[in-house]
Design a protein around this ligand. Structure first.
Ligand SMILES: [Zn+2]
Length: 260
């Protein structure tokens, strides 16, 4: 089995590499189907220990509107489920939590769009309230990120929020303990993740704009997983640049109407 992590799907250039074009995405999905992969949501993962090599879990971090625009129609065409991790405090608003490279702002999915994904069989998980790197937070702030985001998602989606994706892939035993106490049942990171006796903890393999059909296939069949996770580890260090720039400075969500 493989758990793939996407971020943005966009026809327009986005600074960095954590995005994929709509054309790349749809050809990757078709390729995976041709290779005989079956698609599953992470909530399904909690019901089975089946780690068959052809089980594929597509996940999206951050919950940008471009997922609704460009990924949902492709997956929905084949009735395939996926998992989306929403930055709960920013639903329907712009990503002022991120460094604004190239003066680009992306909008997050609103609750109506998220309800539509859930109705189509997607798992909606938490990516915290404000996309803060969790290990650096005080106990109070850490609890707010994990408890409030879960409660907000459950209020709007009307379904248990069982999964947490660690912002920047950053976790620590203390974070996993609080996540367990808050009622999460599974955690995903990026290249590495600690284990926890009471939680399903999974590393994921990122898919990026630099991927071609060969590297995508390798990632699906989890071949050379260690090499990809090593590369992923270096990217995770780069993504932590955002933590140094933003965390501590603080940022407030800006409504859709106030930007763009
Ligand atoms: Zn993220």
């Amino acid at each position: 089995m493989a758990i793939l992590a996407y971020h943005s799907i966009s026809p327009r250039f986005i600074w960095g590499i954590t995005w994929t074009t709509p054309r790349q995405f749809s050809s990757q999905i078709r390729r995976a189907l041709d290779l005989g992969f079956t698609f599953h949501s992470l909530d399904e993962r909690l019901k089975t220990n089946d780690s068959h090599a052809k089980r594929l879990y597509i996940t999206f971090d951050d919950g940008f509107e471009n997922i609704y625009q460009y990924a949902f129609p492709v997956l929905n065409k084949y009735k395939l489920p996926a998992t989306l991790f929403v930055v709960a405090g920013y639903s329907g608003q712009y990503n002022t939590w991120d460094v604004n490279w190239g003066n680009q702002r992306l909008c997050h999915l609103d609750w109506a769009q998220l309800q539509e994904l859930a109705a189509a069989g997607w798992t909606i998980g938490s990516h915290g309230m404000s996309h803060s790197s969790l290990p650096q937070l005080s106990d109070g702030k850490l609890r707010r990120e994990l408890y409030s985001s879960k409660a907000l998602i459950e209020h709007h989606i009307q379904r248990p929020c069982q999964w947490l994706s660690l912002p920047f892939g950053n976790g620590a035993q203390r974070v996993l303990d609080v996540a367990h106490e808050a009622g999460y049942r599974g955690i995903v990171g990026m290249s590495r993740i600690s284990s926890h006796a009471s939680l399903a903890c999974h590393a994921r393999t990122g898919v990026y704009v630099l991927d071609n059909s060969f590297t995508f296939e390798q990632k699906c069949i989890a071949k050379y997983k260690k090499i990809y996770h090593l590369i992923q580890g270096m990217l995770d260090i780069c993504s932590n640049g955002t933590v140094w720039v933003k965390q501590g400075i603080g940022s407030q969500p800006r409504k859709r109407s106030s930007l763009g």
